[in-house]
Ligand binder design. Structure first.
Ligand code: PMP
Length: 406
């Protein structure tokens, strides 16, 4: 395979760092990804050469930055294969996007006794906004269960869909288990009953091909910082027919057409959903990150990561006393595990002493931990700049943890 990982690593300045006198091994990519120099340079360039508020001025700087911002919207549209760039709304992140729909869709379409469906493997960001909405409206939240492998129990979904179901909100990839969900199948099932589906793409966007048209989801959300872009920027994709119908979720500048004390009329899409001064530098730098990913090759990235995942899983399975949580048939490069008899925090701290960054805890998915009756896991999440020798270092680190606590 034509994939030069050394060259790629050279694009990410932080990967040259040492931590506790060891070369950094960064395996916390599900929490956030590192930034290539081209993205860092873009942010610097924007603030030092182009900064001005978008959509407001007629002067040169404002026109330049506005054009770049709208270009960024087109880049996102291409990347996720939306029909139109006005189906792409910039938000603060996946959390911001989910909350926007929970508020806007919820206000318009949810009534007393209605139902929203999520799954048992959701990140808190795709649980709490729906819980809050259901509480406001006197509606109920229903949960698609997961089996011991960390896969959705599909048979139970059919029974759950009723005439009161208003929306399904589902993650495409679980951040705690790595499971890839059969979202196309679920969307088809839901559409058969005219139920719209929101897909949380926070963990899928960076691992391969996301095609909102092929998936046919009604809403899709992701965060810039998980796809090698800046934080504080995210995307809400919505089908035009929905976005036209939904009310704005925030009021302020830019989202209005006319304002009088008697009545305000709202701007057209996508601006109706972008109140206030947006994170325009973030949006433009996100487009730089997407372009970098396109140039590297999304399929190549997915293939490489899949090989790395297989290698990591088999190396971990060689060590005795390791239990992997999340053994779904279809997985991406996230491995949650426990070392028998050792608390994940202790393991995480020892690994950190060796320069190895893994995540420990509940990964903002406490219901998953409850499902498996554990307090938390150690999670190694790999990106396309990680290498097999880094996996070997993690394995050596785990052996050391076992010796120390064994
Ligand atoms: N959903 C999933 C599946 C996630 O992994 C995350 C981030 N860990 C989020 C939503 C929330 O993303 P953010 O904090 O960037 O808004």
């Amino acid at each position: 395979m034509n994939f030069d990982v050394d060259k790629i690593r050279g694009d990410f300045p932080i990967l040259k760092k040492t931590v506790n006198n060891y070369p950094l091994v960064y395996l916390d990519n599900a929490a956030t990804t590192q930034k290539p120099k081209i993205v860092i340079d873009k942010i610097r360039h924007l603030y030092s050469q182009q900064n001005s508020s978008i959509h407001r001025g007629v002067h040169w700087l404002s026109e330049q930055i506005t054009e770049n911002y709208e270009e960024a919207r087109r880049a996102v549209k291409e990347f996720i294969n939306a029909r139109s760039d006005h189906e792409v709304i910039f938000t603060s992140g996946a959390t911001g996007s989910i909350n926007a729909i929970a508020f806007s869709f919820g206000e318009k379409f949810l009534n007393h006794n209605d139902e929203v469906i999520v799954s048992a493997m959701e990140h808190h960001a795709n649980i709490v906004p729906w819980q809050m909405l259901c509480e406001r409206k006197g509606a109920s939240l229903k949960i698609i269960p997961i089996n011991d492998k960390g896969e959705l129990v599909m048979e139970s979904l059919d029974d759950m869909l009723t005439s009161r179901t208003r929306l399904i909100a589902l993650t495409q990839v679980s951040n705690s288990l790595g499971t890839v969900n059969p979202v196309e199948e679920i969307i088809e099932m839901a559409h058969g009953r005219d139920i719209p589906v929101l897909i949380d793409g926070a963990q899928s966007i960076q691992h391969g091909i996301v095609d909102v048209r092929m998936m046919d989801c009604d809403f899709f959300v992701f965060s810039g910082h998980k796809i090698y872009g800046p934080n504080g920027i995210g995307v809400l994709y919505g089908k035009e027919k929905w976005l036209e119908e939904l009310p704005p979720y925030q009021g302020g500048g830019d989202m209005v057409d006319t304002v009088t004390f008697e009545k305000t009329t709202f701007n057209r899409l996508p601006f109706k959903f972008e109140a206030g001064t947006t994170n325009y530098t973030g949006a433009i730098a996100l487009a730089t990150a997407l372009n970098y990913i396109e140039k590297t090759g999304r399929e190549k990235i997915a293939d490489y990561e899949s090989g790395l995942h297989e290698y990591a899983a088999s190396r971990l399975n060689e060590i005795g006393g390791i239990k992997i949580y999340g053994t779904a048939k279809n997985k991406i490069s996230i491995i949650s595990f426990l070392i028998e008899g050792i608390h994940p925090y202790d393991a995480g701290m020892i690994l950190d002493k060796m320069g190895i960054a893994v995540r420990t805890g509940t990964h903002c998915a406490q219901p998953v931990m409850d499902r498996f009756e554990i307090d938390g896991t150690i999670r190694a999440s790999m990106a396309f700049y990680n290498t097999r020798s880094e996996i070997d270092r993690m394995v050596e680190g785990i052996e050391k943890v076992k010796q120390m606590f064994g």
